[in-house]
Design a binder for this molecule. Structure first.
Ligand SMILES: Nc1ncnc2c1ncn2[C@@H]1O[C@H](COP(=O)(O)OP(=O)(O)O)[C@@H](O)[C@H]1O
Ligand SMILES: [Mg+2]
Length: 211
């Protein structure tokens, strides 16, 4: 079983979007995937309600119940778990990072977001887990911004995921109807970016092909 934690101390950075898309990619790949929603706002769980009975499964859980919730999912046959965490909660982020095989930190390439990244960088460095920043909602043709942001992220001791997401309306359009970008706009750029990220995550985790 593989577990990916999505953490960032900043609200609106794209944690829930990333969590739902990765878990849905895993489900389309034929894996039993599940999002564990640790955010008291329960946005991922609300999306699951709008979605109805389609995969992935979404369960809510407070930080103190994380390990038992993971074990229960594993016993039930889940083989890919994504942990969606709240902003500004050291405890939830710490527990999620501790349970994870891979940590992804979505961030927008803006000064305030990069400032908030410092706290997240400290948190993941203590845990000594593979952690990568996923740049999100990058404006088109922002080559200079991308180069500068990557340099700033690396200065914090974090590595930058080679796949980033552009500013794509498909993400919030899809969310409102309990869908992911590839369902709302199969040929769109958002869908292609998510596919590329899923390929990269699968390789990082060395996921074996589904038989
Ligand atoms: N790449 C993107 N392009 C456009 N909108 C995005 C993108 N990523 C996320 N969003 C939107 O930004 C808002 C915040 O994203 P969300 O995933 O809820 O962040 P968080 O969970 O970190 O608070 C949502 O409305 C979401 O649809
Ligand atoms: Mg969220």
């Amino acid at each position: 079983m593989a577990t990916v934690a999505i953490v960032s101390q900043k609200g609106g950075s794209g944690k829930t979007t990333l969590a739902l898309h990765l878990a849905t990619c895993a489900a389309y790949d034929g894996r039993r995937s599940c999002v564990i929603d640790m955010d008291p706002q329960a946005t991922a769980a609300a999306w699951g309600d709008w979605r109805g009975s389609f995969l992935p499964e979404i369960v809510t859980c407070p930080p103190a119940r994380l390990l038992s919730t993971i074990l229960k999912a594993q016993r039930g046959g889940t083989d890919f778990i994504v942990l969606d965490t709240p902003p500004q909660s050291d405890m939830a982020s710490r527990e999620a990072v501790r349970a994870a095989d891979l940590v992804l930190v979505p961030t927008r390439a803006r000064a305030f977001d990069l400032h908030a990244l410092e706290a997240t960088a400290q948190l993941v460095s203590f845990a000594n887990k593979p952690a990568h920043v996923v740049l999100n909602a990058v404006p088109s043709r922002a080559t200079r911004l991308l180069i500068d942001t990557k340099a700033q992220v690396e200065k914090l001791g974090l590595s930058v995921c080679p796949v980033h997401f552009g500013e794509r309306a498909a993400f919030h359009r899809a969310a409102a109807s309990g869908e992911v970008a590839s369902e709302a706009e199969p040929e769109g750029k958002a869908a292609a970016e998510v596919d590329a990220l899923w390929d990269w995550v699968s390789a990082e985790l060395k996921l074996s092909p589904v038989s």
